[in-house]
Design a protein. Structure first.
Length: 265
């Protein structure tokens, strides 16, 4: 979960601990990063976006010993908490503790839920601009979805889940300035849905980054034919036209210089 929190001792206005002095709160895991029993119980009772104030008796806080010199013995403490976001990773955590053989016997619906949790985790990291960490989560999701289906219906479900992750990997690699990998994942998405506009757009962006202007034009115009009034696609085509014009101008200038050099020699 991500939370804003501040902890106060009785009678004091200044918190003894807080993360309000940070620009963004870190993602924290209950029981690992957040170990105070009262906070764990309190957070599990909250909804996303909720603000709460908790008073914890010593048994739910720092116990009889306290945490000297900051927290005295048998201290009752108060925490103000704002729950910004959370992910339920219990099923996902349990899945990754299984052996590969045990994972293969996991019911498909549970596998899809685990993959979706990994994708959501990646989305959270992507929104925080932690692109490399997001990429790792997306790859976890893809690896989970690599199982062999037992029917066409299962294959459709797996493909639908895969498509979302492949699109996310494509844009993540664009952010990581690896357009070749962005293109590869975009093309894998097109193998599932050849008319997927996002996949065509990502492939076009990747080719433009690699100055493969003909391929970029092909992908982007295919996307435009499906969504002719999509502003992002049209803007990218305009950018492509500018880049290609500049490229031709530079090529022409270089040829002229070479021709002049040959004449003088």
């Amino acid at each position: 979960c991500t939370v804003w929190y501040s902890g106060y001792l009785e009678g004091l206005d200044e918190p003894f601990c807080t993360n309000r002095n940070r620009k963004f709160p870190e993602l924290m895991k209950l029981g690992k990063d957040i170990t105070l029993q009262g906070l764990i119980v309190g957070l599990l009772s909250m909804k996303k976006g909720e603000v709460a104030r908790f008073v914890f008796m010593p048994d739910y806080a720092y116990g009889q010993r306290g945490c000297l010199p900051l927290i005295p013995q048998n201290a009752t403490v108060m925490f103000t908490v704002e729950l910004l976001d959370f992910l339920d990773t219990e099923e996902s955590d349990a899945f990754f503790e299984l052996t590969a053989e045990q994972q293969d016997t996991f019911p498909l619906q549970k596998v899809l839920r685990v993959a979706d949790t990994e994708r959501e985790f990646g989305n959270y990291l992507f929104r925080g601009q932690h692109f490399s960490l997001a990429k790792d989560r997306y790859k976890n999701a893809i690896s989970i979805l690599g199982r062999n289906p037992s029917s066409d219906a299962e294959q459709c479900q797996i493909n639908a889940a895969k498509l979302l992750v492949l699109l996310n990997l494509s844009i993540t690699y664009l952010k990581l300035e690896c357009p070749d990998k962005a293109l590869a994942y975009g093309e894998k998405a097109l193998e599932i849905d050849q008319r997927n506009v996002k996949a065509l757009f990502r492939c076009g962006q990747a080719c433009l980054c690699m100055t493969e202007y003909t391929k970029a034009w092909d992908f982007l115009t295919r996307a435009q034919r499906i969504q002719p009034f999509n502003h992002s696609i049209n803007d990218e085509l305009k950018k492509l036209a500018r880049y290609y014009k500049d490229y031709l101008t530079k090529e022409k200038e270089m040829c002229c210089r070479m021709f002049t050099h040959l004449q003088t020699n």
